[in-house]
Design a protein around this ligand. Structure first.
Ligand code: PRP
Length: 209
């Protein structure tokens, strides 16, 4: 048998749905489910090898070619500068990027340069560049929703899933930025060298979505 196709999966929110999808394809994911502290996990009956990683690391591994495939959110893809192919919208992990801020305020009012807090400076820059609007971006690592409450920013660009975090903090969506869901990505060289194997995996995935 050829060497396994190595696939990087995003830990956390997408993990459960990704493993469920692999099992739906008929693969035995016991080693992934019972991983303990092990980092590279075999799925022998699929000739696959799974690496669990943080979202941005999934992109790095696929970009650098140490993983052939990856499962990662569109949010991370939009923020990254990596080179890879985006192959399939897997349909789970659905949420959106939105511009939000204090309830009842008119964000676009006035002429001053607006300050936007975000964990996603590239997404934010691209969104406002598309509007021809000059803004000041503050990069925040933790709960971005705090920034308008502390009057650090006029608004935030962040992920909204259920809307609960915004609601519980007196914030609201001003505008949707982009829809998000989990995507299958591939290393550009792997896709050429292992085209048949990757294409049959994609067909299998598409038949189960
Ligand atoms: C995300 C996002 C929001 C929240 C939105 O954070 O940054 O804070 O989820 O979800 P909701 O609309 O369902 O309330 P996450 O919980 O992933 O934690 P993080 O701050 O570690 O990114």
């Amino acid at each position: 048998m050829s060497k396994p196709i190595r696939i990087a999966l995003t830990k956390g929110r997408l993990e459960k749905d990704t493993i469920a999808l692999l099992e739906k394809l008929g693969f035995d994911c016991t080693a992934v489910r019972e991983k303990g502290r092990k980092l590279i996990l075999p799925i022998p009956d699929g000739n696959l090898e799974v690496v669990l990683a943080k979202a941005m690391d999934v992109i790095t591994y696929v970009d650098r070619g140490v993983c052939d495939l990856g499962v990662v959110g569109k949010d991370t893809i939009m923020e990254s500068n990596g080179r890879f192919y985006e192959l399939v919208d897997l349909g789970f992990g659905r949420c959106k990027f939105a511009l939000a801020g204090k309830k009842g305020e008119n964000f676009y009012e006035g002429f001053g340069v607006k300050t936007i807090a975000t964990k996603y400076p590239n997404v934010t820059r691209n969104f406002f560049e598309g509007k021809g609007m000059d803004i000041d971006i503050v990069k925040i690592e933790g709960s971005v929703e705090l920034a308008p409450l502390l009057d650090l920013a006029n608004g935030i660009v962040d992920i909204v899933e259920t809307g609960t975090t915004l609601k519980e903090n007196g914030l609201e969506v001003y505008e949707d930025v982009a829809p998000i869901s989990a995507r299958l990505i591939a290393n550009t060289v792997s896709l050429k060298l292992r085209q048949q194997e990757i294409e049959s995996l994609i067909s299998l995935i598409e038949s189960k979505l």
